[in-house]
Design a binder for this molecule. Structure first.
Ligand code: BGP
Length: 464
């Protein structure tokens, strides 16, 4: 039937600057940690991306053609502040002025992420980046510039994309991959704490400067299902969900270190230096909504070891010795990259987030990475992607109809972009990008079957 989502539901799609824009050194842009990443196995780097920087008009026309109500993208910090702080680059502001004004012309609601992995290398060089308390002031300064410049045209903001993941990936916070695990835990937890302090101050600032402004944080909760009904496994799954996910929202939404997380950090010598005034700010300035990047679940059982070990680096399939192990789940299919496809997990997340924090959700990413094949007649028959997206939308519609507040659904991704895990082999887009990792080809944009499918979903307001 018609009208299954609220009339103002934000059906949208997402991208991020470093994966999509290209033009990495044009018009005064400074280097970010993502530009300097050494990519292995012949994978594309991020220098050209999908060349959105030069083709944004064509791209936004395609967004309008699908009928997107919202478009989530990130601003490249080093286009605005090439060194990360100090000198503002007017050409950076102008680029996003053009994007935002065009979106507005087509009645597409822009949703802006302030920082999506591409941290300014300049701040790492100046003082070690997030590990220093100075990073808080510089993130706030950057956000303030954006609120003042774009605040008249942007209502929805996201602070940090996947803080829960980014702090565990050393190269994204300016640390060597070879770093000792215990030392890494200590530093990354201090970085995470600084990110939380900055988030609260940015939310406060947005509410002062942007009338009606709404700020969210974007999490990647890979919900843990218990491997069996054995009480120890059920407990291990609950501990996983706390330690790998909710601990962070407890800080950002309530200003508390949960008891289980406190113990976890202290056992590892990784409890950060904190200040009661900071926690108070977090309590006073929680986010307005919670962004959810949802791709997969994990399946969790009790650890067979009772050693306390440092966590160390890595995010996907990351076990915690002495707490939990991750196992395959015969009830959950996995993608080629081993990501468990579990639409019910999305429902579990939405229910849990609302129960815990009482905040609306915005689905900020959800999608299937696959090797799409370009057929000779310029078609891409990505029925597997349509099945994935439709399965998740069905659970989402259920949540909305029950009365859980959900602002919108921005799938990942609007167009194929350079994948973090597998370059151009792992495509998520509704629009195919004609390039390979090491050959740019013609960068042509080609509508996939999922493009037409999603247009229909939007036009019928989520009807089957
Ligand atoms: C999320 C990131 C996105 C995107 C997505 C897919 O964690 O926020 O930027 O990359 O994952 O990941 P991948 O392309 O590595 O499969």
């Amino acid at each position: 039937g018609q009208g299954q989502f609220p009339p103002d539901f934000l059906f949208g799609a997402s991208t991020s600057a470093y994966q999509y824009e290209g033009a990495y050194d044009l018009d005064g842009r400074g280097p970010s940690v993502m530009d300097l990443l050494q990519r292995k196995g012949g994978l594309a780097d991020y220098k050209v991306g999908a060349d959105h920087y030069h083709r944004y008009e064509e791209d936004i026309r395609l967004m309008a053609e699908i009928g997107l109500k919202a478009y989530r993208f990130s601003i490249s910090w080093t286009r605005i502040l090439p060194e990360g702080n100090g000198r503002v680059n007017p050409e950076g502001l102008q680029f996003y002025d053009k994007i935002i004004n065009l979106l507005r012309q087509y009645n597409i609601e822009p949703i802006v992420t302030l920082y999506h992995f591409d941290y300014p290398q300049g701040l790492i060089d100046q003082y070690g980046g997030w590990r220093s308390r100075k990073s808080v002031d510089d993130f706030l300064e950057y956000a303030t510039i954006l609120f003042r410049h774009f605040g008249d045209r942007i209502k929805y903001w996201l602070t940090i994309n996947e803080q829960d993941h980014v702090i565990h990936l050393p190269e994204r916070i300016g640390l060597p991959g070879t770093i000792d695990a215990a030392e890494f835990d200590r530093i990354s937890q201090q970085c995470s704490y600084h990110m939380c302090v900055a988030t609260a101050r940015i939310i406060e600032r947005c509410h002062e400067l942007v009338p009606g402004g709404q700020v969210g944080v974007a999490m990647n909760p890979m919900i843990g299902l218990p491997a069996s009904s054995k009480p120890e496994d059920v407990l291990a799954a609950a501990e996983y969900n706390e330690i790998a996910g909710y601990y962070l929202l407890d800080l950002q939404c309530k200003g508390i270190f949960s008891p289980i997380y406190t113990k976890y950090l202290k056992d590892r010598g990784a409890f950060p230096e904190i200040d009661a005034e900071d926690l108070n700010k977090m309590r006073l300035h929680p986010p307005d909504f919670i962004g959810v990047n949802y791709y997969m679940n994990q399946t969790v059982r009790q650890s067979t070891s009772d050693t306390i070990a440092p966590r160390g680096t890595g995010v996907i399939k990351r076990e915690e010795e002495g707490i939990y192990e991750l196992v395959n789940n015969p009830h959950v299919q996995a993608s080629e990259w081993g990501w468990g496809i579990c639409p019910i997990g999305l429902k579990l997340v939405i229910m849990e987030l609302y129960n815990r924090y009482g905040l609306p959700a915005l689905i900020t990413e959800n999608g299937l990475g696959a090797r799409d094949e370009l057929l000779p007649d310029d078609r891409i028959e990505d029925d597997y992607r349509i099945a994935y997206l439709a399965g998740h939308l069905k659970e989402l519609r259920d949540c909305v109809q029950m009365g859980y507040p959900v602002l919108g659904y921005c799938l990942w991704s609007f167009m194929d972009v350079v994948s973090g895990h597998d370059g151009m082999n792992k495509r998520y887009g509704l629009v195919y990008l004609n390039r390979k990792d090491q050959e740019l080809l013609d960068l042509r944009r080609i509508r996939k079957d999922s493009f037409h499918w999603y247009g229909h979903v939007i036009a019928t307001n989520g009807a089957d």
